[in-house]
Write a protein that binds this ligand. Structure first.
Ligand code: 6XA
Ligand code: ZN
Length: 350
């Protein structure tokens, strides 16, 4: 399996995030990707490649031009306000909730940041745009490899993507890598017979961004297994009654589970998700591969073990679809490499 590694990921390195009422050191750290890379290399599980570059159109297929322009210029705007800002990350602090307008982009920088975000846990740093863009290119490159005939490919990148919407960041995510890969498979895959794509999100947290992007689309099926949003981030989306809208009705499947869920129960939800994907008739699969379902994860509540990830990989392989894996969450830093690579190993050599 080819692995597209975001060699610029460490340029995104947040200092602190708002967590349970306090500013705490960021959980989403560069060491996460470093550990996955080291484990891939240790097991020699395929070539580690730099991504191709893609033009703006591959990004505007998912994200609004207004949002992309903000991401590309945010850091310069921040430092132009005050040179001392260069030592501080941008952290959102004000948002337009119900009854406010979002059609007018404010001139005030803090207000602009709030327009394009939804939480105070996602710092924007000097290298965020460069890292996120290269990460998107990893996801697009992985999709490209699958279109060229590879059975599967892995986008090893951070920051993650599944919480990012068409025009907002949050949950440590800026560009929706899984959505970009899915759209690329559709846009470039006609010749290869790709007419319908499924995104399976196995991160602990509901992929609200991916769901929102594809909610009215009949050509992308979104299935997600995640902590119940009544108690778990991102709280305001991810319930079982969200089944799609308009032409996309029936193409969204949420499988929320309680804290404490182990693989015996989790894997039943996986069967439900894969049955939905099979019924939909997907020609290709994108897996939002979050490893924060691990029993040792510091901010999550499921109980999957290191061995379970081998079984997950084996089961995904049996779905029989060309598959793009996209790295998402997972904060038990010392275990994240072994766990992620176990999924890939289970998939390639069961
Ligand atoms: C709140 C927790 C964000 C969760 C990020 C994540 N700051 N998403 O892992 O998949
Ligand atoms: Zn997560």
């Amino acid at each position: 399996m080819k692995n597209f590694y975001n060699h610029l990921h460490a340029q995104h390195q947040g200092k602190v995030e708002m967590f349970r009422g306090a500013l705490v050191p960021c959980f989403e750290v560069p060491a996460r990707a470093d550990h996955v890379l080291a484990e891939l290399q240790r097991r020699q599980l395929g070539a580690v490649l730099e991504p191709q570059t893609f033009d703006e159109a591959a990004l505007t297929a998912i994200h609004s031009p207004r949002y992309l322009k903000f991401l590309a210029t945010a850091w310069d705007q921040w430092v132009a306000l005050d040179a001392a800002n260069a030592d501080k990350d941008i952290l959102p602090s004000v948002w337009p909730t119900r009854t406010f307008r979002t059609d007018i982009e404010p001139d005030n920088f803090a207000a602009k940041v709030g327009l394009y975000s939804y939480d105070a846990g996602t710092p924007f740093t000097s290298g965020t745009w460069v890292a996120a863009r290269a990460g998107a290119h990893c996801a697009l490159s992985a999709a490209q490899a699958v279109l060229a005939g590879d059975r599967a490919a892995f986008a090893l990148s951070r920051p993650p993507g599944h919480h990012a919407g068409a025009d907002f960041f949050g949950g440590y995510c800026f560009l929706n890598n899984a959505a970009l890969a899915a759209q690329h498979l559709l846009d470039q895959g006609k010749g290869a017979g790709v007419k319908k794509v499924a995104v399976l999100d196995v991160d602990y947290h509901h992929g609200n961004g991916t769901q929102a992007i594809f909610y009215d689309r009949p050509d992308v099926f979104f299935a997600s297994i995640h902590g119940d949003p009544r108690t778990e981030y991102p709280f305001y989306l991810g319930h079982a009654d969200e089944t799609g809208t308009g032409a996309g009705l029936g193409a969204n499947l949420n499988l929320p589970l309680p804290r404490g869920t182990d693989y015996a129960t989790w894997s039943q939800a996986l069967e439900t998700a894969l049955a939905g994907i099979a019924k939909f008739g997907a020609d290709a699969l994108v897996v939002s591969l979050g490893m924060d379902t691990f029993e040792g994860d510091p901010i999550s509540g499921f109980k999957l073990t290191t061995q379970d990830y081998l079984r997950l990989g084996e089961r995904l392989a049996r779905a029989g679809l060309p598959t793009v894996f996209v790295f998402e969450g997972g904060y038990a830093v010392d275990a994240v490499g072994v766990n992620a690579v176990n999924v890939l190993q289970g998939f390639t050599s069961p």
